[in-house]
Ligand binder design. Sequence first.
Ligand code: SF4
Length: 226
Amino acid sequence: MLKSYYKSLNNVKIDKILDYLDNLYPNYENFLNFNNNFELLVAVILSAQTTDQRVNSVTKQLFARYGTPKDLSLANYDDVYNIIKPLGLAKSKAKNIILMSNELLTNFNGDVPSDFNDLLKLSGVGRKTANVVRAVGFKIPSMPVDTHVHRVAIRLGFATKDDTLLDVENKLLKSIPKDRLIKAHHQFILFGRNICLARNPHCNICLLKELCKEYEHRRRNSDKTK
Ligand code: SF4
């Protein structure tokens, strides 16, 4: 069912979805606090499996003490660990950001690279982190897929339930015009956090119902139980 719907997700429907999101979220701010691409990269590594608010609550202190790749490469592990402890996975995150800072100095002259494959060579950097740094830091059209983007993309028919994260990324890259990608990424996240929630989406206030297979599925199920 979803597969055939994906085929029918034509440009008119895509525009309708993106226009609706533009209307809902005309402006957006970055979710993480940072002053430069190094801080952005550190903050995104720290954001794994925690909230952006939590990351922002520790990075002020972290960046005040270790604001450059050189500072962080020379940092005392225990000190870094203690600062970021509230985030969870602090042992590996502390290790990764110190290692990553060393790698930036050794391999990239202390600069955060914009090349996707170069970013992937850094400790603690996976596909999503690299895409966020490219989109947010370098304004290169990219589509990082997190849990919200993944869910919203499937519900709205950009992808199917069987798709991997990489499939979803590729389908979104194919479907969404390049000049709308970076904004759409932020909007999908906001929409997933505020309206299209995982368990109880607020379909009653959502104007994408007619395009949404999830809505149709939920409505049919509730009709059956009446
Ligand atoms: S109708 Fe409901 S499930 Fe569908 S996109 Fe809107 S909020 Fe999400």
